[in-house]
Design a binder for this molecule. Sequence first.
Ligand code: FPP
Length: 257
Amino acid sequence: MVLNAETISQQSLPKHVAIIMDGNGRWAQSRNRPRTYGHKKGVDAVRNSVQFCKNLGIESLTLFAFSSENWRRPEDEVTTLMGLFLFVLTKEVKKLHKSNVKLTVIGDLSRFPSSLQERINAAHQLTSENTGLQLNVAANYGGRWDIAQAAQKLATQVAEGSLAPEEITEDEISKHLTMANQSELDLLIRTGGDYRISNFLLWQAAYAELYFTDTLWPDFNDEAFSEAIACFVSRERRFGCTGDQIKQLLAASKTTS
Ligand code: FPP
C-alpha cells in the first residue's frame, strides 16, 4: 500500500527523514550495465522520493549523495557523479523552486569544481525563501567532519574570548552543525542491504529510528518508502524514558491540546 496524507495521521509522521541511498552500482551490475548507469537511475529515485515527501507533508528530507570517502572511487565514477550533480542543479532546481522546495547542499563544498560551487550557491539563493519541503543534499559530507567544523567554530569563539569553555553545551554544538535550526532527525533509512551509518549524520542520529532495507536505491519506490514510514509509525520512541512514562506523557498532551 502506498501512503498518502489522508491515510496517515500527521502527528505520527516523521518530520525529518534522511536516506543513505545505497545499491546503485549493484543494481546496474545485475543488469550488465556500468555502475554509472545505476547512479543515473538513482536520480529518478531521488526525484520520486522528493515528490513522495511533498505529498505526505514531511518537513525535511536529507539525502546522502556523496560521502567524504567517495573520492576514493574510480575516476570515471566520480566524474559521472559530479556531472549528475551539475545536471540536477542546472535542470531540476527551477522545478524544485516552483514547487516551493528549499534546497540546501551540506558538506565541505570547497573540494568541488568552482562551476559546481557556483551552481550550489545559485540554488541556495534561488530557493532560500521557500517554505515547503526542506531538501538537504549531503555532498562531500561526513558526520565527523560536521562535528569537527562545529568544534572549530566554537574554539575560535573561545580563543576570541566571546565564549567560555563551560558554555560549550550540547545545544551550543547543535547550533553550529550544518543542519542547525532544522527539525530533529526522526528516521534514518539505508537502502542496499548493509547495516551501518557510514559516517552520515552521526550527531543527529542520536535518537533517530533506524530502518534498513535490502531494496537497492533505484528500486526504492513509493511502496518501499511507505513501508519505511509505516515501520516508523509502529515504533514506540522512548528517548530514555520507560514505555509507561511515554504513555502518560502522550495522554497528558492529548488532554491539554
Ligand atoms: C551509493 O550506491 C550511491 C552513491 C554513492 C551516490 C548516490 C547518488 C545518486 C543517487 C545520484 C545523484 C543524487 C543527487 C541528489 C543529485 P553505490 O554506488 O555504493 O552502490 P553499490 O553499493 O551497489 O556499489
